[in-house]
Design a protein around this ligand. Structure first.
Ligand code: NAP
Length: 253
């Protein structure tokens, strides 16, 4: 069966390796990162051109099943995949790792989205309960924090941003996974007394939450966008492989 994996995550790379030899696999990357970690096997890169382009791609490449293994916050791609596969009758699974949950000692402030996180941080800075923030939400979300006071932000991301707002005093370029010691050092040297994170889940970037707990600093946690209906939701690579092995491609029905 010809399977398209929508990737850009560690799970998507593991899945491409796990499906190799069982199915014909193509991994798709958005092409945003300058030096992406490339999955094994066939890889394509770049946007499809919205729903129309994605539908055309599925037809032209004779895709028989899609596994959406994009990041939990890649809501546009996930919505497109759900809409188009439903219309074309192509089976779809959504591979999404479980979100993080707070544990004893955590002080989490929940934000519905990145703009909401910026509002929470803004009021903390204005009322004096925080003086400096470490952002770990990625390059594309930096603009949401551009109205924070000048120099209040240290921002960590993989590639440099298109522009650096006046609110940002330092950009740290780094790609996870990060060890606990690295996260302790980053929090200490940043001087931040609040951390902003997306609820990405997984282990690669979870150590920052432990480091924040140890330092007793609050975490503004951005909640995940809702999943559209229509996909079979799986939470592990093994479940995704089992799903692919069970699927009957449209041509065989
Ligand atoms: P997004 O907002 O959902 O997608 C924006 C557009 O990028 C889509 O409409 C699509 O363009 C293209 N695209 C996204 N994922 C694609 C893929 N796997 N293959 C081909 N085209 C793709 O996504 P995003 O948040 O910008 O994330 C982009 C990529 O980075 C994703 O692959 C995601 O897994 C990865 N990533 C995202 C985050 C995050 O926090 N958002 C974190 C880590 C990794 P067209 O409409 O032209 O088809």
């Amino acid at each position: 069966m010809r399977v398209l994996i929508l990737g850009g995550t560690g799970e998507a790379r593991q899945l491409a390796a796990a499906l190799a030899g069982r199915h014909e696999v193509v991994s798709s990357l958005a092409g945003r990162v300058r030096e992406p970690l490339v999955p094994v096997g066939e890889v394509r890169s770049g946007g499809f051109g919205g729903s129309r382009g994605f539908a055309e791609h599925l037809r032209a490449d004779r895709v028989e099943a899609v596994i959406d293994a994009t990041h939990p916050f890649a809501a546009t791609m996930t919505a497109t995949a759900a809409r188009v596969t439903a219309t074309l009758g192509v089976p779809l699974a959504r591979l999404q790792r479980p979100g993080w949950e707070p544990v004893a000692g955590d002080e989490w402030l929940h934000a519905p989205d990145v703009a909401g996180a910026a509002r929470i941080v803004d009021s903390m800075l204005r009322e004096g309960s925080a003086t400096s923030v470490l952002l770990t939400v990625g390059r594309q979300e930096l603009a949401a924090f551009d109205r924070l006071p000048r120099g209040a932000v240290v921002a960590r991301m993989i590639d440099p941003p298109a522009s650096i707002p006046a609110s940002v005093r330092e950009v740290i370029l780094a790609r996870g996974p990060f060890t606990l010691d690295e996260e302790r050092a980053t929090l200490a040297s940043s001087g931040a007394d609040v951390l902003v994170s997306k609820n990405s889940g997984g282990t690669a970037t979870a150590a920052k939450l432990v480091a924040a707990r140890e330092r007793g600093i609050p975490v503004v946690m951005v909640g995940r966008p809702e999943l559209p209906g229509g996909a079979t939701v799986v939470t592990s690579v093994a479940e995704a492989v089992a799903w692919a092995d069970r699927v009957v491609p449209p041509a065989a029905r």
